[in-house]
Design a protein around this ligand. Structure first.
Ligand SMILES: O=c1ccn([C@@H]2O[C@H](COP(=O)(O)O)[C@@H](O)[C@H]2O)c(=O)[nH]1
Length: 236
């Protein structure tokens, strides 16, 4: 696995087959960006594809957002660590006992363990969608509360929108990693995302890692799109 990666970009390999994902990866440099395998690709291509990406030198974020009873989540996170991934995540709303079980499952991996991250509120969620699912707090309050719980449970950071990054650095400290999807270059379509931020603003707000899918993978030339984003960040 590449030890140092020059940009904070994590390219979301959201494809419905392994060949397309590997073709995209072939256009990427593991010294420049990381890659993310999510639910669609993992369901279709499974652990073999993850092993291939790791063998190619990529730091792989396995974005399966586990949410289950503590014993099941602990076992799933352990299985992810055995694949050699760099980062894995669980839903913070699974609660402290679930998150602590996941963290403890990684103890035997020592310094080689993946980063363990809690998902706060999905970047596709808008303020008005919280009340119907029983959340009475404001979106910002909910994100901060879940991030604090994630930190108290011993995890390394959270997934959030870069809109909340500054508040979370204040609430949880500089070392608490902020992983932010919902990144859109100026003028790009929001698609199904609701809390979007440009790459440069995300870094200015305090994001540590920028998860970017369609603005790169659906571009006419994905390598050029990535280069443009990396350049924008370098000028930051
Ligand atoms: O809150 C979240 C958590 C995960 N994601 C994932 O990130 C990418 C974003 O892709 P885009 O094409 O750049 O919108 C995708 O894989 C999501 O599953 C997220 O968007 N928001």
């Amino acid at each position: 696995m590449t030890e140092s990666v020059s940009s904070p970009v994590i390219v979301a390999l959201d494809y419905d087959n392994a060949d397309d994902a590997l073709a995209m990866a072939a256009q990427l440099d593991p010294a420049v960006c990381r890659v993310k395998v999510g639910k669609e690709l993992f369901t279709i291509a499974g652990p073999e594809l993850v092993r291939k990406l790791v063998a190619q030198g990529f730091q792989v974020f396995l974005d399966l957002k586990f949410h289950d009873i503590p014993n099941t989540v602990a076992a799933a996170v352990r299985a992810a660590a055995n694949l050699g991934v760099w980062m894995v995540n669980v839903h913070a709303s699974g609660g402290e006992r679930m998150m602590r079980a996941a963290r403890e499952a990684l103890e035997p991996f020592g310094a080689k363990r993946p980063l363990l991250i809690g998902v706060t509120v999905l970047t596709s969620t808008a303020e008005e969608e919280l009340a119907p699912v029983g959340v009475g707090r404001s979106l910002n309050e909910q994100v901060v509360a879940l991030a604090r719980l994630t930190k108290e449970s011993g995890l390394d950071g959270v997934v959030c929108s870069a809109r909340e990054a500054s508040a979370l650095k204040t609430a949880c400290g500089e070392d608490f990693a902020l992983v932010t999807p919902g990144i859109r270059p100026a003028g790009a379509a929001a698609d199904d995302q609701r809390r979007i931020v440009t790459p440069a603003d995300a870094v200015r707000n305090g994001s540590d890692y920028l998860v970017i899918g369609r603005p790169i993978t659906a571009a006419d030339d994905p390598a050029v799109a990535l280069q443009g984003i990396v350049k924008e960040l370098a000028g930051n």
